[in-house]
Design a protein around this ligand. Structure first.
Ligand code: HEC
Ligand code: HEC
Length: 285
């Protein structure tokens, strides 16, 4: 078992009983009996000072929750993939077009590998784009349709449809070149203590993963599994929706979904998972 530095968070929130149960379990994730998912990998170079190994959040869940992700018939997130397939083929907006009009009827061809590299620098727009931003850009500028609300149900479903086409592929977001400034901004946010509890993302997800916090087993807070179906709220949850909840738990004012701060944070957090498999839609408690 790792020896971990006890920070303020331990004293404030983590029961001493939790310290005995550190570390992820040893289970292997294979979906539908044949799709092998990498849930443990060597940490990317930029993390080598702080950790050796990265783990998917799946490894920290109970056996019951883990099982729901091992077969698509049991994974409640897959219902939303089917719903998004209907949206994919439906014309909307002033141009009378659907996603399929430009990207083809079968997203498994046009969208394979896409989830793995987002957020991604878009040279024409001169910005780092999340997948949600790109979907809305297509809706507004290609279809003449209304943008989806950033962390709405139809957006989460469309993200799930696109994520599924990359399941099993390694997360591989680019952090250098034109994305570097946004990445640095995201990194700074990750290490900034917020709220009355004065906790940063790192205090929980870097210093204390493996420990228990309010009876929840703390993971590394990876986003390779997003969007995530949570048993707690029985819906698909977006990355920014989850960030919002975690910041709120520190009793801080939070940034909004889609804000430049959360976009930067998403790029940075995604890069901490470079090497894990794309897993979305995953199942968590
Ligand atoms: C009129 C044609 C058109 C329609 C309709 C359209 N798109 Fe696009 N889409 C594009 C073009 C062109 C690009 C490349 C744009 C760029 O790189 O800036 C693109 C890029 C994308 C990408 C990024 C792919 C990558 O490799 O980075 C995603 C994801 C995407 N579209 C999703 C959608 C979805 C979902 C819909 C329906 C809601 C949709 N698009 C509708 C034309 C379209
Ligand atoms: C007070 C401790 C705490 C802080 C601070 C915190 N989180 Fe969390 N976070 C949790 C807990 C508890 C969970 C649910 C169990 C788990 O997956 O770790 C969670 C879950 C997550 C997940 C879902 C992981 C998955 O596999 O589905 C992500 C992503 C996440 N946090 C990101 C963040 C980010 C980014 C920050 C900083 C803005 C942050 N968290 C701050 C406690 C915290």
């Amino acid at each position: 078992m790792k020896i971990k530095v006890l920070t303020a968070v331990s004293a404030a929130l983590i029961g001493s009983a939790g310290l005995a149960l550190a570390d992820p379990d040893e289970d292997q994730l294979v979906i539908n009996g044949d799709l092998e998912i990498v849930t443990e990998a060597a940490a990317p170079d930029h993390l080598s000072d702080v950790m050796d190994t990265i783990y998917s959040g799946w490894r920290f869940r109970s056996d019951e929750t883990q099982e729901l992700e091992m077969d698509d018939f049991d994974n409640p997130g897959m219902i939303f993939v089917d719903q998004a397939m209907d949206s994919w083929a439906s014309a909307e907006g002033s141009e009378g077009k659907s996603c399929a009009s430009c990207h083809g009827d079968d997203p498994s061809e046009s969208m394979a590998g896409v989830r793995a590299v987002y957020p991604k620098w878009n040279a024409d727009a001169g910005e780092v784009r999340t997948l949600a931003m790109q979907i809305n850009d297509c809706r507004e500028n290609q279809m003449g349709a209304d943008a989806y609300k950033y962390d709405s149900a139809p957006m989460a479903a469309m993200e799930a449809l696109i994520a599924v086409q990359s399941r099993g592929m390694p997360v591989n977001v680019a952090i250098g070149g034109p994305a570097a400034e946004t990445w640095e901004q995201g990194k700074a946010l990750y290490y900034t203590r917020t709220g009355q509890l004065e906790l940063s993302c790192a205090n929980c997800h870097e210093d204390n993963y493996g420990n228990n916090i309010r009876s929840d087993h703390l993971s590394q807070g990876q986003i390779n599994g997003f969007p995530t179906y949570r048993l707690k709220n029985a819906k698909l949850n977006t990355v920014h929706g989850r960030f919002k909840g975690c910041v709120r738990d520190t009793r801080a004012e939070t940034y909004s979904p889609g804000s430049p701060e959360f976009v930067a944070l998403e790029l940075y957090v995604a890069s901490r998972g470079n090497g894990l498999s794309v897993e979305g839609p995953s199942v968590r408690n």
